[in-house]
Write a protein that binds this ligand. Structure first.
Ligand code: GTP
Length: 498
């Protein structure tokens, strides 16, 4: 996504400034001009960019900063804060509560990804134990109901709509009533897409809103809309009480910055972003972690949340115990691959690690890494329990390897490659044992992990192109200080140009 490039450009501008021997007015201006250029190129509204630049200059008064002050840190912090301010309307949106009925209405331009986003939103909550339901009040676009029905069926979410009824208000009211009776706690009403010129459709949207009295109206916006975003968002805000924004298609070539300016137009927060066509390509949007990730500063809490989400709490101590003992079997590797795949798009997880932006994991590479994990798992499906649970790699005799290859429909070379990967990871984990003791809070002992991981070892296991992108051994050393255990994952994600 182009926003990742924006993050890269801003990080580079900050880095260049940091490399200067003395930070004076000229160096600061160059850095700010570079950031301004990057933001404008990403389609962020001109006024917002100009305000940001002047605010930073006001905060960072170089003359007032006595020697000894860490100017770099102060400037960096000011840039970070201003970027956050740009994306933060200063208020939160209505938050539905699990177990208590809420009606959420979706509005947006035609083709913005509204219907898809309704299902993603429902699915996201369903995974967290909610009882969502979908109502299709889009009677304008032929096929809209079929699309919603298809999505809802796939995600096993109840839905309501009609092929015969042409009054969207009637359908919306009937649907909401029915799902209220069924004790659904999140009733999502999809409305038809419209352009700001279409006065009649805007009136219809207003009527649906009046009749269903939603607790929250979500404005869905395609990230490719560019500078037009501000006006469109404002037009919707004037007709219905938009309370939150979801920006879609952040995975594409769209510049993204324009849609993010919608925050300023609607004075409502962006709550989620869509990062692909699939149901789980949907991320919660939090300003600080987002900016942090954009600038390659990582998002530890998001990362740990993901880990807790996919590794059931009751399995975590057991896994940590095994790893602490240095027992790393093919079965553990299999389970870890399963967890990684469950985490969702790898680039999403990847960008939560400090020092990495989604830029480092281009879309193509991500699919490649995912299919590699799936391929490995198919081969492991052809292994016996004894093979999966053994800690002795010598058990894999030639005849066993041949049997696994035949059984899984792969070539011998591919099974060998899997076993090599296993040996590489087993070696890595064995170096890190001791770091896997859980603290009382259930966190890993990150300090011990960092101690046990040796930069030279890590630089050997990482693919050379990734090492180059990170910035060499020195940069890796810094990173490892910050991140503890993440390198093992990197080995898996990028660790094979095989
Ligand atoms: N790449 C990508 N595609 C998306 C995303 N969200 C939606 N889409 C695609 O965008 C297209 C339009 O999505 P819809 O959900 O049909 O759009 P809509 O806004 O409901 O359309 P109308 O009912 O005409 O208003 C579909 O092909 C979706 O698969 C996203 O986050 N990323």
């Amino acid at each position: 996504m182009v926003l990742a490039q924006l993050g890269g450009s801003i990080s580079r501008a900050i880095q260049q400034m940091s490399n200067a021997t003395i930070i004076d007015e000229k160096v600061l201006n160059e850095c700010l001009n570079e950031i301004t250029r990057a933001l404008l190129q990403a389609d962020v509204q001109f006024k917002l960019v100009r305000d940001m630049q002047s605010n930073i200059k006001k905060i960072v008064n170089l003359d007032d900063l006595a020697a000894g002050h860490n100017k770099r840190k102060i400037i960096q912090q000011a840039i970070f804060n201003e970027l956050c301010k740009m994306l933060d309307p200063g208020k939160t949106s209505f938050a539905p509560k699990k177990g208590k009925t809420s009606v959420v209405m979706f509005v947006g331009l035609q083709g913005s990804g509204k219907t898809t986003t309704c299902t993603k939103y429902a699915y996201y909550h369903q995974k967290k134990g909610w009882k969502p339901a979908l109502v299709c009040a889009d009677t304008f676009r032929a096929g809209a109901f079929d699309q919603l029905k298809q999505n809802a069926t796939k995600a096993k979410i109840p839905f309501y709509g009609s092929y015969m009824e042409s009054d969207p208000v009637k359908i919306a009211v009937e649907g909401v009533e029915r799902f209220k009776k069924e004790n659904c706690d999140l009733i999502i009403v999809d409305t038809s897409g419209r352009h700001k010129q279409e006065a009649a459709l805007f009136e219809e949207m207003r009527q649906v809103s009046e009749a269903t009295n939603p607790d929250l109206v979500i404005f869905v916006m395609d990230s490719s809309i560019g500078q037009a975003a501000f006006d469109q968002a404002q037009a919707f805000k004037q007709s219905v009480a938009v309370g939150a924004v979801i920006v879609t298609k952040m995975d594409g070539h769209a510049k993204g910055g324009g849609a993010l300016s919608a925050v300023a137009a609607t004075k409502s927060p962006v709550i989620f972003i869509g990062t692909g066509e699939h149901m789980d390509e949907f991320e919660i949007f939090d300003v600080k972690p987002f900016v942090s990730r954009l600038l390659g500063m990582g998002d530890w809490s998001g990362f740990m949340d993901k880990i807790h989400e996919v590794v059931p709490m009751d399995q975590q101590p057991e896994l940590m115990q095994k790893l602490a003992e240095g027992t790393f079997t093919l079965r553990i590797m299999y389970e870890q691959f399963q967890n990684i795949l469950k985490m969702g798009p790898i680039s999403q997880v990847f960008s939560m690690l400090p020092g990495f932006s989604a830029e480092l994991m281009p879309k193509g590479r991500e699919k490649e890494s995912q299919s590699k994990l799936k391929r490995y798992m198919t081969m492991m499906d052809s292994m016996t329990d004894a093979e999966l649970d053994s800690t002795n790699p010598k058990i894999m005799s030639e005849s066993r390897i041949m049997r696994i290859a035949r059984g899984s429909g792969h070539q011998l070379r591919q099974v060998m490659e899997l076993l090599e990967e296993y040996k590489r990871l087993a070696k890595l984990w064995s170096k890190m044992k001791g770091g896997f003791k859980m603290s009382k809070k259930g966190d890993m002992n990150m300090n011990a992990l960092s101690r046990n991981m040796n930069v030279q070892n890590m630089s050997k296991v990482l693919p050379p192109n990734l090492m180059k992108q990170i910035g060499g051994v020195g940069a890796l050393q810094n990173l490892m200080k910050q991140m503890g255990s993440s390198k093992d994952m990197m080995g898996m994600f990028g660790g094979g140009d095989k």
